[in-house]
Design a binder for this molecule. Structure first.
Ligand code: ADP
Length: 484
């Protein structure tokens, strides 16, 4: 890793109740660089007892944080935002070292991650209730918004910083306290954020970050009577298990799960722009985002032309260690991810698909994979149903609007969708007909802290970011004020 300007950001303890702690057992998890397999450091392997201590600390910290005026909570969050921006280069280095993404992408993620803290610091001051016209004289009906309480967050490795801040920013702004368990592949980014939260003046226990055994900590979170909400970003399978476990204590849940995004290029589209959109949507983070284009539908009459355009752009992508200049594609997170991509490609080619570009492990070795273009993909192939989570762009063919909308919706997922068209009637029809939470129209990039991020169907419950994001951490309390 590059030498850090602020070496104290790199921690090997967890942050619980305002203090830095090792695990009770003394056992640790090794954190390695997926580009080089070299060791970066160790973090504690915590279990149930430590998780419960963090939860109890969050419960003790709740009354005072809840009662802190929103303006003052906002000031602390604003300081956290400034510190994250001030340490952007270091935070990006830590992220590239543990996650593998190109340094430029890590820097962009840090800006994006910080934007949620800034946004929710502002929203903290605007958690308005309603006044409701009463049916009877002498009474007034009012709603007030109150924090949900202690929240627990479980976050994934693909966006090691942003998936934390869009939960923690909203929770803390609303007056909730939170315990975060980051993915074991990328815990160092999470702990660095905790260092800066401490410096910003987030009070003890309001935000704890614990690393360790997923199922042990997950069980502590889901079974605790003190935790009132669980927020999770990760796979649909794990999300379903967590939701089941939350049922016993009727917790609120926010789930941001897998996707199978369709990306439709109609015959009236600007093909150059659409090809660029595929590159942005499909190949960002080496294809490891839940909103990556997973199935790319091209109208029959432009299929060959579009294939050539896209192939040329894919050939320009540069694979390698994220710290090297000009790299656009880092490694996949681990060997299982490589094997999954290989098995999806083997299935597709056995059913008639053709590899137009790439298709193999990269000559650099490790978990590097060639950016791949697959043509003549069809709906009977495994990759039409499974999230690829790798740098493979499969092109499907379609004949008309009704057919492609049916194809696009033929999935259990409903997170993001994209399409390119210049026809205003088609744009409205398609945007309304797609079964998903977010639609990119003539763009391959949709994420921003100002808009609601989330899915329908088996892609999840709830929204993050935007004015909707803070609502997920608030309860509405209705007051009937009578006898006036
Ligand atoms: P991925 O396959 O992308 O790693 P997962 O859904 O398995 O996605 O993991 C996302 C996050 O959920 C990670 O932080 C992981 O440690 C955590 N996790 C995985 N399994 C469990 C579980 N059974 N209980 C609680 N957390 C879990």
């Amino acid at each position: 890793m590059k030498k850090l300007h602020a070496p104290h950001l790199l921690r090997s303890e967890c942050y619980i109740d305002g203090s830095w702690q090792q695990s009770d057992s003394g056992s640790t998890i090794a954190v390695t660089n997926p580009s080089t397999q070299s060791l970066i450091g160790h973090v504690p392997s915590m279990e149930k007892a430590e998780a419960n201590r963090a939860i109890e600390a969050a419960y003790r910290a709740l009354p005072s944080w809840r009662d802190t005026p929103a303006q003052d909570r906002a000031t602390i969050l604003r300081r956290w935002f400034n510190l994250i921006i001030g340490h952007q280069d270091d935070l990006a280095s830590i992220m590239t070292a543990e996650q593998g993404k190109p340094l430029a992408e890590s820097k962009t993620e840090i800006t994006y991650a910080a934007s949620f803290i800034e946004w929710f610091a502002e929203q903290a001051k605007r958690t308005y209730g309603d006044t409701i016209p009463s049916k009877s004289k002498g009474s007034r009906l009012i709603t007030i918004k109150q924090p949900v309480g202690v929240c627990a967050a479980i976050t994934p490795w693909n966006f090691p910083a942003a998936m934390i801040t869009r939960k923690a920013g909203a929770a803390l702004a609303a007056g909730c306290t939170m315990v975060v368990k980051p993915a074991s592949q990328t815990p160092l980014s999470a702990l660095a954020l905790a260092v800066l939260a401490e410096e910003a003046g987030v009070p003890d226990g309001v935000l704890s970050v614990i690393t360790g055994d997923s199922s042990e900590i997950g069980k502590a979170f889901t079974s605790s009577q003190l935790v009132r909400k669980l927020t999770f970003t990760g796979s649909t399978k794990t999300g379903a298990a967590l939701m089941r476990d939350c049922a016993n204590t009727i917790k609120k849940v926010s789930l941001e799960l897998g996707g199978n995004a369709p990306f439709i290029v109609f015959d009236d589209a600007d093909l150059e722009a659409a090809a660029e959109g595929v590159i942005q949507s499909k190949f960002r983070n080496t294809g490891q985002t839940c909103v990556c284009a997973n199935r790319i539908f091209i109208h029959d009459t432009i299929y060959e032309k579009f294939t050539h355009l896209l192939a040329a752009k894919i050939a320009e992508l540069k694979v390698g260690d994220g710290f090297e200049p000009d790299i656009t594609q880092g490694p996949l997170i681990n060997i299982e991810a490589v094997e999954k991509v290989e098995s999806l490609l083997a299935d597709a080619t056995s059913k008639g698909a053709t590899i137009a570009v790439g298709g193999r492990r990269h000559a650099k070795g490790g978990t590097f994979f060639e950016p791949t273009l697959l043509t003549e993909a069809t709906s009977d192939m495994q990759l039409a149903q499974d999230e690829i989570f790798g740098p493979v762009a499969p092109l499907f063919r379609f004949q008309n609007e009704a057919e492609v909308i049916a194809m696009a919706n033929d999935t259990e997922y409903g997170l993001a969708a994209y399409f390119y068209s210049r026809d205003i009637g088609r744009i409205w029809r398609t945007a309304e007909a797609l079964e998903c939470g977010m639609v990119g129209i003539n763009t391959g990039i949709i994420s921003t802290e100002t808009a609601p991020f989330g899915g329908i169907k088996q892609s999840g419950i709830g929204r993050e970011g935007s004015h909707e994001g803070i609502e997920e951490y608030l309860e509405s309390k209705y007051l009937n004020l009578s006898g006036l």
